[in-house]
Design a protein around this ligand. Structure first.
Ligand code: HEM
Length: 192
């Protein structure tokens, strides 16, 4: 493992350490549940985007090592999304199924968030080399679904933003850029 690989793990774990540190040292915000939800959601999306940016970084910018970061970054992103959803379901709503359903029916941003999360689950579960071998060509096709899950998460973020949408717009722009780099003309250019 190279030093840069280790740095990826340190950077990806930093938001979790930050959340735990704040709790242990009593530096809570007025609404800690909201703060955890926001930080875990932000980290999930940022890491998923970083994972998507690895392929263009490798093929277009020539950062060869980035190919090895794609999977860990994606899995960390999913890990934060799982924490994000668990905070909502278990801590915020005490796993009350009918209250959660009522909230989902009322807020469209929760429906797209849940959709994004539902897409990410099978991708995380089949991210291993063994699953890649087992699924063959299907694996690549299936894992392209991440290009749907991330924009859905961005829509979720934009729709949930109450007043300040600057961060959400920044995420949307970065997502647009990463998706643009996956389009055929760019793909052709980098192959030449
Ligand atoms: C069942 C699925 C999900 C639920 C129930 C959910 C719930 C929530 C809630 C309640 C908020 C608002 C927090 C607040 O009050 O400020 C929020 C914000 C957010 N969520 Fe989710 N979410 C889900 C899925 C996802 C996924 C899959 C991602 C990313 C991959 C994500 C990323 C975000 C982001 C970036 C924010 C904004 C955080 C900020 O304020 O900076 N969410 N989510």
């Amino acid at each position: 493992m190279r030093r840069s690989d280790g740095l990826i793990h340190v950077l990806a774990l930093a938001p979790l350490v930050w959340i735990v540190f704040d709790q242990l040292t009593g530096q809570r915000s007025i609404n800690p549940i909201q703060t955890w939800t926001q930080r875990s959601g932000f980290s999930a999306l940022a890491l998923l985007l970083a994972s998507l940016a690895c392929t263009p970084a490798n093929r277009i910018a020539g950062v060869r090592r980035a190919a090895a970061w794609r999977r860990p970054l994606g899995l960390y992103g999913f890990g934060y999304a799982l924490i994000h959803v668990l905070i909502f379901v278990v801590i915020d709503y005490a796993a009350d199924g009918s209250a959660i359903m009522a909230e989902l029916a009322e807020k469209r941003y929760l429906i797209v968030g849940a959709l994004a999360f539902a897409i990410l689950i099978p991708l995380a579960l089949t991210s291993t080399a063994a699953w890649q071998r087992r699924l063959g060509r299907q694996w690549r096709r299936m894992h392209r679904m991440v290009y749907l899950a991330v924009p859905l998460a961005v829509v979720h973020q934009i729709w949930q933003a109450k007043s300040d949408i600057r961060l959400a717009v920044l995420f949307a722009l970065v997502t647009g850029l990463v998706l643009l780099m996956r389009l055929p003309p760019t793909t052709g250019a980098r192959r030449r």
